[in-house]
Design a protein around this ligand. Structure first.
Ligand SMILES: Cc1cc2nc3c(=O)[nH]c(=O)nc-3n(C[C@H](O)[C@H](O)[C@H](O)COP(=O)(O)OP(=O)(O)OC[C@H]3O[C@@H](n4cnc5c(N)ncnc54)[C@H](O)[C@@H]3O)c2cc1C
Length: 383
């Protein structure tokens, strides 16, 4: 069988992880990214990487990059703490800690990492196959091949096209036009607080864990997660409770959003208002929470999808990036095995899509249920 050339649309976490995996498996790959360069957009969020993400990274990255990643990350206590708005503990939820597979042990099963740090590591060593400033606007299939079209008029032809182009995927829009993404009506306001020595002393020691969930009246919520030398702090509630229409929410400067959140926290424990007061206004931004709606299985072709492009989910389970990395690793294994065992590539893509949608859509439902329970976000409406 001739070695396929794989075209990946999107140099996000999933697309880059796939590029590493394919290169490691000796499969030819090119990645096309709409941003003009790596720093074109702030890559703000902190990410919780779990054992699924760890396994995928260990399977796809060259060993030296996996070791570099493991050396970079912090090791928060593997649990999620629940508090009420007076900071009284309401529960401790230990996170599963499976025995690491050989070679994974240098990284814990649960860790937090800055998204831009992970992306930088994922970009290392594959710079020659990542093409920036190329927004894909569609594709055409022709016999055994597929040609991606870009907004600058250029094209790229390969044997397989992978849409790793995130929640607004142009590839999904063409491949599965019936697949929907819906607004959950949950709104988040996200910001960073420098973790000064004084704040370190003031925070309850239990808070130095993967995530802390502080639930107040009317399902208002604050999430707190230490990452590197900052606290990632997000406020959440339903859209209609926020007191700011979406248009204004998107346009509001950081200090206005901070003041709005402070109003919502009236009567909460003083440490909560102190933390939000210390938000770096430049880091404060809104997140409109969307989720994909699972779709029934489809017939495989040489155009497939991974990550948020097919199973975008509420961040309420901290799983979207882990799923995107897992997809990348699963797709790599499926294609590599097909080449080794001389199986048709379409069978391999079909197997991948089955595994990817089973777990990906399961996590979409879990994440939506978490968001509904915590924030009263809209449950997924069946398609
Ligand atoms: C507040 C928040 C917190 C989160 N926390 C976590 C967490 O703790 N753990 C976790 O696992 N997940 C978390 N997630 C989810 C996670 O961020 C996503 O699931 C993950 O980024 C998906 O990766 P991806 O590669 O599929 O898509 P993306 O990372 O979105 O990458 C898509 C890429 O495609 C590019 N692109 C888009 N359209 C085109 C086009 N037409 N042509 C070319 N390129 C294109 C984009 O520029 C982008 O670079 C969080 C999300 C949010 C919003």
């Amino acid at each position: 069988m001739i070695n396929p050339h794989v075209i990946v649309i999107g140099a996000g976490l999933g697309g880059l992880c796939l590029a590493h995996g394919l290169r490691r498996a000796g499969i030819d790959v090119a990645v096309y990214e709409r941003d003009v360069d790596e720093s074109a957009r702030p890559q703000g969020h902190r990410l919780h990487i779990d054992a699924r993400g760890r396994k995928a990274l260990a399977a796809t990255l060259p060993e030296h990059l996996f070791s570099r990643l493991a050396a970079t990350i912090r090791r928060p206590a593997p649990r999620v703490n629940g508090f009420d708005h007076h900071l009284r503990a309401t529960g401790v939820f230990p996170l599963d800690d499976p025995t690491p597979e050989p070679g994974h042990a240098e990284m814990p099963a649960h860790t937090v990492i800055e998204r831009h740090v992970l992306r930088r590591i994922l970009l290392t060593g594959i710079e020659d196959v990542v093409h920036y400033g190329r927004r894909c606007v569609g594709y055409d299939t022709n016999g055994d091949g597929v040609t991606a079209r870009f907004d600058d008029g250029s094209t790229a032809t390969g044997s397989i096209l992978v849409g790793a182009d995130g929640i607004s995927s142009a590839i999904r829009a063409r491949r599965l036009p019936h697949a929907r993404v819906m607004d959950t009506r949950a709104r988040l306001i996200y910001g960073r607080v420098p973790l000064t020595p004084e704040l370190r002393r003031t925070l309850p020691p239990a808070m130095f864990s993967v995530f802390n969930s502080v639930l107040g009246p009317d399902r208002r919520f604050v999430g707190i997660a230490p990452v590197a030398d900052t606290l990632a702090v997000m406020f959440g509630c339903r859209r209609e409770r926020l007191g700011l229409p979406d248009h204004d929410l998107r346009a509001a400067p950081g200090h206005h959003l901070r003041d709005l959140v402070q109003e919502h926290l009236t009567g909460w424990h003083p440490l909560m208002t102190r933390i939000v007061d210390a938000w770096d206004p430049d880091s404060v931004h809104p997140v409109v929470v969307h989720t994909s709606v699972p779709v029934p299985p489809w017939k495989p072709s040489n155009v497939t999808l991974l990550g948020d492009a097919i199973h975008a989910m509420s961040p309420a389970a901290g799983a979207g990036a882990n799923m995107a990395l897992r997809d990348a690793s699963e797709l790599t294994s499926a294609l590599a095995a097909a080449l080794t065992h001389h199986r048709p590539l379409l069978d391999a893509i079909g197997d991948y899509e089955h595994a990817m949608t089973t777990e990906g859509f399961r996590m979409v439902r879990v994440s939506a249920a978490n968001a509904t329970r915590t924030l009263g976000a809209d449950p997924i409406q069946p398609g």
